[in-house]
Design a protein around this ligand. Structure first.
Ligand code: PLP
Length: 396
């Protein structure tokens, strides 16, 4: 038996496992000390009643022969695909429910999509970015080319003039920088993808956090995207589904490549997946009802108020930051020119605050840190007080 050698090319420590390990070591050494976790990418607000009531009703249906559900439709239940199409339609984006595939989360689909592409493809990756794009590309044996996000380009790298790409990952709003591409920038990416005959994989997992009405939530808001882009989305951050698991991937029939990616994805899904649980799909559909959308919007506002508190505290401390206005992540430069992991340790051991080192999201994140706004108000407020009082000096 030969193993997949590409899988051995991965760094052994997944960023979030290393952060968790260092926090455990800190707690073991300081059992009484408080810990303020601004590192978490997980939500803390409980599910809204609108969602759990529907989940209970669906569970009840499963215990009656007349309403019991076994294997579901391969692509996911039509009622949920229609509800998602309705959600996009609210912003004027027309989607065919037939192009929407329900999944048990965006991370799974980001990995699964690799099944559709030959190993002989060049992948263009923004840097820094969610590590899963890089890791899954490496595991599949593809060449990776980075495009640096910098302070100067607002962490929104644009298509390079002289670089060929076959597959382009875009994450907007971006994890970890919180930066969001505007309509003109996405239009430029679409022009580039078409010229290169490349495919864009657009991760919109944080679209619900966009506050600026001028910013696009979906790549399909931009002309031409349906011929060159797949969009991946999730209810994890939109509706607190990190532990419930439900997402969707849009693979339009209009995508233009040597074979129909829609047909390939349908075939792949039918072969390797038997669908997201019926009960969870009912709960997911409840998110897209009026009361569901109101409830999740209240939770999102709660997290965005956390982001505001974090940004205000950094500003008071004289530490410039970006993000946090249309995304649940605040991104800031480590003070005193510390590298990311040094700053992580300084914050942890000096203040009991856990952040996430920017270097873990790519080389261009070196010297930067990410704070997440998914904590409880209590945690965020206390951490914000400590940060503001630090005066921007973490070397204590
Ligand atoms: N995409 C991005 C950009 C993320 O940050 C995350 C989770 O942190 C995911 C996808 C994964 O989402 P899911 O929980 O649906 O797998």
């Amino acid at each position: 038996m030969k193993v997949n050698h590409h899988a051995l090319e991965l760094e052994q420590n997944y960023l979030f496992s290393e952060v968790a390990k260092r926090i455990r070591e800190y707690q073991a050494a300081n059992p009484e000390a408080p810990l303020y976790k601004l590192s978490i990418g997980d939500v803390t607000r409980p599910l809204s009643r609108v969602i759990t009531d529907e989940m209970k009703a669906a569970a009840e249906d499963m215990s009656h022969a007349e309403t019991f559900h076994g294997y579901g439709a391969e692509q996911g239940e039509l009622f949920l695909r229609e509800a998602i199409a309705g959600y996009y339609a609210r912003r004027g984006t027309k989607l065919d429910p037939d192009d929407i595939f329900i999944s048990d989360g965006a991370k799974n689909d980001l990995g699964n999509l690799c099944d559709l592409f030959d190993a002989d493809n060049t992948v263009l990756l923004p840097n820094p970015v969610y590590p899963v794009y890089y890791d899954t590309s490496i595991m599949s044996g593809r060449r990776v080319q980075f495009l640096d996000g910098t302070k100067e380009n607002g962490f929104l790298p644009m298509p390079p003039a002289d670089v060929h790409a076959d597959i382009i990952y875009l994450c907007s709003p971006n994890n970890p920088t919180g930066a969001v591409y505007n309509r003109e920038q996405l239009a430029a990416w679409i022009r580039y993808a078409k010229a290169e005959h490349a495919l864009i994989l657009f991760d919109a997992a944080y679209e619900a956090y966009i506050r600026d009405p001028a910013l696009p939530h979906s790549i399909y808001e931009i002309d031409g995207a349906a011929e060159c882009a797949i969009e991946i989305n999730s209810l994890s951050k939109t509706a607190g589904f990190t532990g419930v698991r439900c997402g969707w991937t849009i693979v339009p029939k209009t995508l233009q490549y040597e074979a129909s990616l829609h047909q390939m994805w349908f075939r792949r899904t039918a072969t390797k997946y038997n669908g997201c649980s019926y009960i969870i799909q009912r709960a997911a559909a409840a998110v897209f009802t009026e009361p569901g959308l109101q409830a999740v919007s209240a939770d999102i506002s709660y997290y965005m108020e956390n982001a505001r508190l974090i940004k205000a505290a950094l500003q008071k401390a004289g530490i410039p930051s970006t993000g946090g206005e249309n995304a649940p992540y605040v991104w800031f430069e480590a003070p005193q020119q510390a590298d990311s992991w040094k700053c992580f340790d300084q914050l942890l051991y000096g203040f009991g605050i856990a952040g996430t080192p920017g270097a873990g999201f790519g080389t261009a994140g070196q010297g930067w840190m990410r704070f997440s706004s998914f904590g409880t108000r209590e945690t965020v407020s206390r951490a914000a007080e400590l940060l503001a009082a630090s005066g921007g000096n973490f070397e204590k």
